[in-house]
Design a protein around this ligand. Structure first.
Ligand SMILES: Cc1cc2nc3c(=O)[nH]c(=O)nc-3n(C[C@H](O)[C@H](O)[C@H](O)COP(=O)(O)OP(=O)(O)OC[C@H]3O[C@@H](n4cnc5c(N)ncnc54)[C@H](O)[C@@H]3O)c2cc1C
Length: 429
């Protein structure tokens, strides 16, 4: 029986897989993308913000027509305690200048569109097709098995997301440590665009991004997010898996229900209709938790490699996925010049990543997971800051206390000492 052979097989039609497929097909390679979902994006979850600057030049023809939602013109952070919260809102002229830095996106729309662009370039996408194994011949990955069928290729690119079966079967990924993963729950809530614009103080296609930290995760490592789309809000909670299994027992999905009841959120989503619910694991272990990136006949990109990062003020994975997919494709093109696809030819992928913003970010923020894994950020500080605010704004029946003593009583020697210790750790980020 004749076995079908492609130049490259890409497993997973998420952002990493589609970016690799688009790039390789553009260069005329025969590319097969296998996706287990009903369509590209059907199973993919994100909070909702894509930063374009780092990847703009890798895909110069894509952005004009891409189904982006709103450009983010307002950055907000809410520090949430049990009974109060403090929200800071940043608005800068640079955020309103083209080319815009970041956009909210909806993956079901965006991935489907990106898949079309890859297909237009010549890539073949097969959906409802789950890869169950890799084919290894003489120590070299030479294809995959999907639906009982053997499919061969010069190279396989594993873009099958956070629990990558393909990387595991190829011996590049070990079962992970709960400390290196978080789980996210998200709803897309439809609202009239004018209601969104009025509630968030936005004009036209401007959008807002708001991150919440503290009590929203019951003091556990993680946070909440809210992004405005054209006609909906993306609202969700992310919480560290290790923290979920330790200390006070919390039913993870109920965190999102409680979050929606908070006064800071309830008034923003009022009247909205939940049209989508999803849950997904996120790799957050940073540099030390990355998988091996290449082997004989195989490369690993995106979440499959662990390329997602939470540093508190930003949650990023999508542009790392697209960039690593693009760079994996570049590595394949380089290997083709030699006609060899063994590990020593494909090692150029790691060099390309190291030379790009991807590994430079992972190197720069290698201490972020440890520094942010500090319960005081999610309990003590939110309570302290919001209690100070409450006392600053309070006017009782008697005379008002001076501002300095009002604040100072919350900053005891003990508190200042602990803060100094925390600051020393955060200094590394
Ligand atoms: C709640 C949440 C909030 C986030 N917020 C943000 C954010 O605001 N900004 C940001 O940049 N990043 C964010 N991220 C991270 C970001 O979404 C991911 O890093 C990104 O989606 C990774 O893309 P990917 O292509 O590597 O993987 P995925 O998007 O997961 O794609 C993997 C694909 O592989 C397919 N697949 C899996 N196994 C198989 C198989 N065996 N056979 C065939 N197909 C298979 C899946 O169906 C899927 O289509 C967030 C993630 C979550 C969960």
């Amino acid at each position: 029986m004749e076995v079908e052979k492609f130049d490259a097989i890409i497993v997973g039609a998420g952002l990493a897989g589609l970016a690799a497929a688009y790039t390789l097909a553009q260069e005329g390679l025969e590319v097969l993308v296998l996706e287990r979902g009903d369509y590209a994006g059907a199973k993919n979850v994100t909070g909702g913000r894509l930063y374009l600057n780092p990847i703009r030049d890798m895909f110069p023809d894509l952005w004009k027509k891409a189904p982006l939602e709103r450009f983010i013109a307002r950055e907000e952070v809410a520090i949430v305690a049990k009974e109060r919260s403090l929200t800071m809102s940043y608005c800068g002229e640079e955020l309103r200048q083209e080319p815009y830095q970041s956009y909210s996106i909806l993956r079901a729309k965006f991935d489907r569109w990106l898949a079309k662009q890859a297909e237009r370039k010549g890539a073949m996408l097969v959906t409802k097709s789950r890869v169950d194994d890799v084919i290894i011949d003489n120590g070299q990955v030479v294809g995959v098995i999907a639906g009982g069928e053997e499919l061969h290729a010069d190279v396989v690119i594993a873009c099958d997301g956070v629990m990558s079966l393909v990387a595991e079967k190829a011996g590049l990924r070990k079962p992970g440590n709960p400390r290196d993963f978080a789980v996210g729950f998200k709803e897309v809530i439809e609202l009239d665009p004018t209601v969104i614009e009025d509630r968030f103080g936005l004009n036209g296609n401007e959008g807002a991004a708001r991150l919440y930290m503290g009590e929203v995760t019951k003091g556990k490592f993680g946070g909440g997010f809210l992004y405005t789309n054209k006609e909906s809000l993306s609202l969700g909670i992310v919480v560290g898996i290790k923290d979920l299994t330790e200390g006070e027992q919390v039913q993870a999905p109920s965190l999102l229900d409680d979050f929606k009841q908070r006064p800071e959120v309830a008034s923003l989503i009022r009247g909205g209709q939940t049209v989508e619910y999803s849950a997904h694991v996120i790799p957050e272990g940073g540099l030390k938790a990355l998988t091996k990136l290449y082997g004989n006949g195989i490369l690993v990109a995106g979440d499959a490699a662990g390329l997602s990062m939470n540093i508190g003020v930003t949650v990023r994975g999508m542009e790392y996925a697209m960039a690593s997919g693009y760079l994996a494709a570049q590595a394949v093109l380089k290997a083709r010049e030699t006609g060899q696809f063994n590990a020593s030819q494909l090692a150029v992928y790691e060099l390309l990543l190291k030379d790009s913003f991807v590994m430079k970010d992972f190197q720069n923020f290698k201490d972020a997971p440890a520094a942010l894994d500090n319960p005081r950020f999610f309990t003590v500080y939110p309570e302290m800051v919001t209690t100070m605010m409450s006392e600053l704004y309070a006017v009782g029946a008697g005379p008002k206390e001076r501002i300095y003593p009002t604040l100072k009583k919350h900053l005891t020697i003990r508190e200042l000492w602990d803060m100094l210790g925390d600051l020393r750790k955060v200094r590394k980020i």
